[in-house]
Design a protein around this ligand. Structure first.
Ligand code: SAM
Length: 292
């Protein structure tokens, strides 16, 4: 058995050996608690036939736990300085592969086809760099990858927004965008003390389970998201006000927008944050002929 990477003593020894200094700009907060890591991996429900895709392996703390519990792990790491460290720390785990690339620029689908061929159960598991949490999650969902879901650590405040229900202060376009593709739940709250260096914000782990079909079916997905963005553009404004101000030629089309809202059974004086995803879908289908 190898000594776990994620202990304060071993992590410090690795950092010292390589003279590694953290880059705040890359969201480098490494986990130093093996227990927390095991619990994160539990939530991914991996088997010996699963593969894990990791974003940002750091010095390999989570990668190691994933390697012990799956067939293969492929991890994208942007920071070149970590490559020799990972080669060393992950040498006992031949089922791991590190790709030196910014995940936002990477061809993840192509990687799955070449590296994970024949593996049916794929999960993304990550302790995400907090400066790019949302773009990373949205990229993974919008590219419609053949994954079962995502289990990831992020800022608690973002986790609250992702899993928020209509009518709450955290509910917004991010909640809808993610709940459109997945069932979202917060599964763990994580204290700052298990990171080195400690982040300034509280953290949480969310599990996003991909739906077989999106939560609602809409005629034009792009327009549906445009309506949602417009509806939340200014939270204190009514739906009608936001739609007329933030859709192209909205002011000239006010009467038609009112008619479409009424047709969809939505009172124009409501605020965007009170609408369910089904109501947004009805509204989008009703408005789309007016704006196409
Ligand atoms: N997985 C490690 C752990 O749990 O201890 C490190 C997590 S740390 C929060 C985030 C990691 O993501 C860092 O290693 C950082 O260099 C890497 N990273 C930051 N931006 C990235 C990007 N755009 N693509 C890939 N990796 C990135």
């Amino acid at each position: 058995m190898h000594k776990d990477i994620a202990t304060p003593v071993r992590t410090r020894a690795i950092l010292e050996k390589y003279g590694f200094s953290f880059k705040k700009s890359l969201g480098q907060n490494f986990l130093i608690d093996t227990n927390i890591l095991r619990r994160i991996v539990d939530h991914a429900e991996l088997t010996d036939d699963s593969a894990a895709i990791e974003i940002g392996p750091g010095i390999g703390a989570l990668t190691e736990q994933l390697a012990k519990r799956s067939k293969k792990v492929v991890a994208f790491e942007i920071d070149q300085r970590l490559l020799p460290i990972l080669e060393d720390t992950l040498s006992p785990y031949p089922n791991t592969k590190i790709i030196h690339e910014d995940v936002l620029k990477a061809d993840v689908k192509g990687m799955i086809e070449t590296e994970l061929q024949g593996i049916d159960d794929l999960m993304v598991v990550a302790n995400l760099p907090y400066y790019v949490t949302t773009p990373i999650i949205m990229k993974l969902l919008e590219e419609k990858l053949p994954i079962r879901g995502i289990v990831c650590m992020l800022q608690k405040e973002v986790a609250d927004r992702i899993s928020a229900k209509p009518g709450t202060k955290d509910y917004g376009s991010l909640s809808i965008a993610i709940q459109y593709y997945t069932e979202a739940e917060t599964v763990m709250i994580v204290p700052k003390t298990v990171f080195i260096p400690q982040p300034n914000v509280d953290s949480a782990v969310i599990r996003l389970t991909k739906r077989k079909e999106p939560a609602v079916s809409v005629q034009d997905e792009g327009f549906f998201f445009q309506i949602i963005r417009a509806s939340f553009a200014q939270r204190r404004k009514t739906l009608l006000n936001n739609l007329t101000s933030h859709l192209p030629d909205g002011k000239q089309k006010k009467e038609e927008i009112i008619a479409a809202l009424e047709q969809a059974g939505i009172e124009p004086g409501r605020r965007g944050e009170t609408l369910s995803i089904e109501e947004f879908a009805r509204l989008s289908d009703g408005l789309s002929p007016i704006f196409s």
